[in-house]
Design a protein around this ligand. Structure first.
Ligand code: DMJ
Length: 580
């Protein structure tokens, strides 16, 4: 190295080894002769080189630019595109053994037939019976521990900042997940959750809440645990809540407003629109009807049945509905999108499940469901290029334009379809369920995190060699349950253990990329294993649904929840089937 008065030059010529020592000494001497400024320049230069190298290395696996806002996936599938059932994609047997390495886990499994605590119906939910279920219980306990430590009594845990988030101020995580706790046979957690609900869950709070969210998560959660335990405390709380929510139905048409203040009992539309979402007003019926049946008071069921009847009479596009409806006029906003994703999804789910809940006695529900699925098959089902993956797209502008986009939310549909087939509906629904399951699985398996994004776009015109792509803003994963839910139904009705194996692979994705020291976090980017961008949120549905469905999926008892006796609401809460 040669030092000049105003700069440093590096002499890179090699020298013989025998001169190495001398050269090191001379280098050291020269370094000491450098000015502070010169030394700082060298430090900064070195740091810049390191940062550039790090940046280049950590970004190499990422996608190339597809257009200005879209990145196309270049990542190779983790499994062959041609999926054969019963083919094991992972070393699942070894994973089983690993799960049981911990003596406490083995004990959990051995204790399966332990004494059931007070309030439990003996022997029904006596703990895990498979190693995979043990792994799910460990995950649940980890999430619960974080919630208890940093967010107890609040709606959600923020596991990165170790703090909480309040949406409605109703201790959502506790109420939403108490039936999961019960089904998993977790005595200690059950008692602490029950205790909180009894002493602290109050509805006379001066706060606006969303009718749909509170119905599926809180009313559904309370009714589910009431039916599992027959503990009247839960029913009393349900009645208090149900009475407050009833204000929403005081609209011009009977179609409910989306929001209500639980204290003043004043209902209104959302701030951003005069309309309610179609899926929201049609995803209340299981819960309100159940409340009527459990209490003997018909008013709840009458209000929600009226909504279904009104919507039954409205004009539709081959049985498919726009996603907005006005509570005062009772009419659809006809130009709004038709989708089986956000704001449309559970309209279709509750047509079928209401029909089942009422002992298959209300014909128009079944007819509307079958017509809608035909509409899906004719108008929304499409195949990708080059590999022919089946997906469900959307219709825009009053049904005129097709958009090759599918929300992860739509991945609930395979489960609903096979539930229908199990109950005598057309066999063609089963093929659609299988095909769509394969596509949904691919949206997980094709990412290095083995997790699906919120939204996927599909290639239908051969504009690329990839079947689908994910936009930057859609690459998040909120720990959603829909596909795990479908896997459970698919497994229930086929007995095909491939669905369990798929679920296990996805479970590993959650374990590897969303688990943090204080719980599990939503992530912003499923496309990179090195840059998942944690979002610091653990929604209540992760415990209420995602982990519950994993636990049920990995059970070796197909009747752990008997689907001939129960319907499962949109938030994975379990309600009895009646015969009328
Ligand atoms: C849940 O609250 C319910 O499953 C709802 O029906 C849809 N969204 C979330 C989970 O993704």
């Amino acid at each position: 190295m040669v030092v000049y008065s105003d700069h440093v030059a590096l002499n890179l010529s090699t020298s013989d080894n025998i001169y190495d020592k001398k050269r090191t000494k001379s280098l050291k001497r020269k370094w000491h002769h450098l000015s502070k400024l010169q030394k700082n320049c060298i430090y900064i230069l070195t740091a810049l080189i390191c940062i550039t190298l790090f940046y280049i290395l950590s970004n190499t696996p990422d996608a190339t630019v597809f257009n200005s806002e879209v990145e196309e996936h270049q990542i190779k599938p983790h499994i062959p595109i041609e999926i054969k059932f019963n083919e094991k994609n992972f070393e699942t047997d070894n994973d089983h053994e690993r799960v049981l390495d911990d003596p406490q886990d083995a004990e959990l499994l051995n204790n399966a037939n332990k004494e059931i605590s007070k309030n439990k119906r003996a022997s029904e939910f006596s703990g895990p019976t498979t190693p995979r279920q043990v792994a799910v219980i460990k995950a649940f306990k980890h999430a619960w521990r974080g919630y208890k430590q940093y967010a107890w009594g609040h709606d959600h845990l923020r596991p990165i900042s170790k703090s909480h988030h309040d949406w409605f101020g109703l201790g959502l995580t506790i109420v939403d997940s108490i039936d999961t706790i019960y089904i998993m046979g977790l005595d200690e957690e059950y008692l602490e959750a029950r205790d909180w609900i009894e002493k602290h869950l109050q509805f006379d709070i001066n706060r606006d809440v969303n009718l749909f969210e509170v119905t599926i998560r809180v009313l559904g959660g309370l009714l589910s645990i009431y039916h599992l335990t027959f503990d009247k405390m839960y029913l009393d709380k349900s009645v208090d809540l149900g009475d407050r929510l009833m204000a929403c139905f005081q609209s011009g048409s009977g179609i409910p407003f989306s929001d209500v203040n639980l204290f003043t009992r004043k209902a209104h539309s959302p701030k951003w629109s005069p309309d309610s979402s179609t899926s929201e007003v049609t995803t209340l019926q299981l819960e309100f009807r159940d409340l009527s049946r459990a209490t003997g008071d018909p008013k709840y069921e009458m209000a929600v049945s009226k909504v279904s009847e009104l919507i039954h009479k409205l004009e539709k596009t081959d049985g498919l509905v726009p996603i907005f409806i006005n509570p005062n006029t009772g009419q659809f906003r006809f130009s709004s999108t038709i989708t089986l994703g956000a704001r449309g999804d559970s309209y279709y789910e509750y047509l079928l499940k209401q029909w089942l809940q009422t002992g298959k006695t209300i014909d128009y529900l079944k007819e509307d469901y079958v017509t809608a699925i035909s509409g899906v098959q004719e108008r929304l089902v499409m195949k990708t290029v080059p590999n022919g993956f089946v997906f469900i797209g959307e219709l825009l502008n009053g049904g005129k334009d097709f958009k090759p986009k599918m929300d992860h939310l739509t991945c609930y549909l395979p489960g609903t379809l096979v539930l229908g087939v199990h109950n005598g509906l057309p066999e063609s629904h089963k093929k659609l369920a299988e095909d769509l399951s394969t596509t949904c699985y691919q949206t997980y398996a094709r990412h290095p995190t083995f997790l699906a994004p919120e939204i996927t776009y599909f290639n239908i015109q051969g504009e690329s060699s990839n079947d689908f792509y994910v936009k930057i803003n859609d690459a998040h994963n909120l720990l959603r349950p829909e596909f795990v839910e479908s896997l459970w139904y698919m497994y229930q009705f086929s007995g095909n253990s491939t669905y369990q194996d798929w679920g296990w692979n996805i479970f590993q994705g959650f374990e590897n990329f969303t688990k943090v020291s204080s719980g599990y976090t939503s992530i912003g980017n499923v496309r990179s294993a090195t840059d998942v961008r944690p979002k610091d949120m653990m929604e209540s549905f992760f415990l209420a649904e995602t982990l519950k469905y994993f636990y049920l999926l990995f059970s070796d008892d197909p009747k752990l929840i008997d689907l001939d006796k129960y319907v499962v609401n949109s938030e994975a809460h379990i309600l009895p089937i009646h015969n009328s």
